[in-house]
Ligand binder design. Structure first.
Ligand SMILES: NC(=O)C1=CN([C@@H]2O[C@H](COP(=O)(O)OP(=O)(O)OC[C@H]3O[C@@H](n4cnc5c(N)ncnc54)[C@H](OP(=O)(O)O)[C@@H]3O)[C@@H](O)[C@H]2O)[C@@H](O)CC1
Ligand SMILES: Nc1ncnc2c1ncn2[C@@H]1O[C@H](COP(=O)(O)OP(=O)(O)O)[C@@H](O)[C@H]1O
Ligand SMILES: [Mg+2]
Length: 280
């Protein structure tokens, strides 16, 4: 397994062309955050916008609208039950992220079906949290798209059947091969203290990260950052590797002076970190 090190950053994070505009940096839809888990999709949104995505729309429960805008006015709000809006907007997106704080009720399941029906092969679809749990529970077939899965170890067990205690680079690679077999392009980010990333071009292990990250919302934030990188950087595999590295590298920096790193603090520190690591 190759290691993900700082050398990935200059390959991905490039100085922005002078004549670029927001449309240059991709459109992202983040779908999730039910009545109880609004924080999850707000944290994802902070990650995506702070990572530099050009335009971000957050599809969530209406009860989350004012908190979303209080935290991050740069994001647009859409009611995730509004079928007309979903059908109108989702085809325009570069990246769709689905599942952070979505919950697992019937309404969530119907939303997954709607997104799977609408997504097209040239789009990137990130699946996180509750979406992974429902896909595993109901044996849903993944749509044809550039798929990024971001399971924690229990979600990976649900998806693949590989028990947590038996998860290692070899068993995970075999499980990845099975999942990816019928997909044009599938990336699996298997999260842990040493996150592993499986791509069509190889398997990688992250070298950043700290137990100061072990707090709710840390994965929701990662899903947002990965979406932001995938929206603006052309090489999808490299963008995901750089996002995984960056999320935990920022946490490592903050953990030098903090006992626990709050997920939203990683997003707040992202623009400066990316500034420091941009290449010509
Ligand atoms: N502020 C918000 O709105 C937040 C909203 N959130 C949203 O909540 C939704 C549910 O997501 P979830 O991850 O909280 O619950 P679930 O999928 O049932 O998994 C937990 C089960 O798996 C087990 N487990 C074992 N190993 C594990 C591991 N390495 N990592 C994690 N779990 C591990 C674990 O074992 P235990 O901790 O009990 O020992 C437990 O039995 C999802 O949509 C998410 O986005 C959260 O992000 C929190 C902040
Ligand atoms: N001990 C640790 N060391 C490094 N990273 C960790 C550690 N514990 C958790 N993380 C990271 O925190 C995130 C947890 O993801 P997840 O369980 O989906 O969080 P949530 O759903 O609460 O947002 C992952 O990115 C994981 O790699
Ligand atoms: Mg999670």
């Amino acid at each position: 397994m190759k290691l993900i090190t700082a050398s990935i950053l200059p390959k991905v994070i490039r100085k922005r062309p002078v004549d670029s505009f927001k449309g240059t940096y991709g459109k992202v839809a983040l779908i999730g955050g039910n009545q109880n888990y609004g924080g999850a999709i707000i944290m994802s949104t902070l990650g995506t916008v702070s990572a530099g995505a050009g335009l971000t729309t957050t599809f969530t429960a209406p009860s989350n609208q004012s908190s979303l805008h209080a935290w991050i006015p740069e994001a647009m709000f859409a009611d995730y039950q509004d079928q007309t809006l979903l059908q109108q907007l989702l085809p325009t997106m570069t990246v769709i992220s689905l599942g952070s704080g979505l919950g697992t009720d019937q309404q969530a399941l119907e939303l997954i079906h709607t997104v799977f029906d609408l997504v097209t092969p040239h789009q990137t679809l990130l699946l996180d949290g509750s979406a992974l749990t429902l896909i595993a529970r109901d044996h849903l077939q993944l749509p044809s798209a550039n798929i990024i899965l971001t399971p924690h170890q229990m979600e990976w067990e649900r998806l693949t059947g590989v028990k947590l205690a038996e998860q290692n680079p070899e068993t995970n690679q075999r499980a990845y091969n099975q999942l990816a077999a019928n997909q044009p392009h599938l990336i699996a980010v298997v999260k842990s203290a040493q996150t592993e990333v499986f791509t069509p071009t190889g398997a990688f292990q992250n070298t950043t990260g700290t137990p100061a990250q072990a707090t709710g919302g840390m994965g929701d934030t990662l899903a947002g950052i990965v979406s932001g990188f995938a929206a603006q950087f052309a090489d999808l595999d490299a963008a995901v590797l750089a996002a995984v590295y960056t999320h935990s590298a920022v946490a490592d920096q903050l953990a030098q002076q903090q006992y626990v790193v709050l997920p939203h603090q990683i997003s707040a520190a992202l623009p400066r970190f990316m500034h420091e690591h941009q290449a010509e």
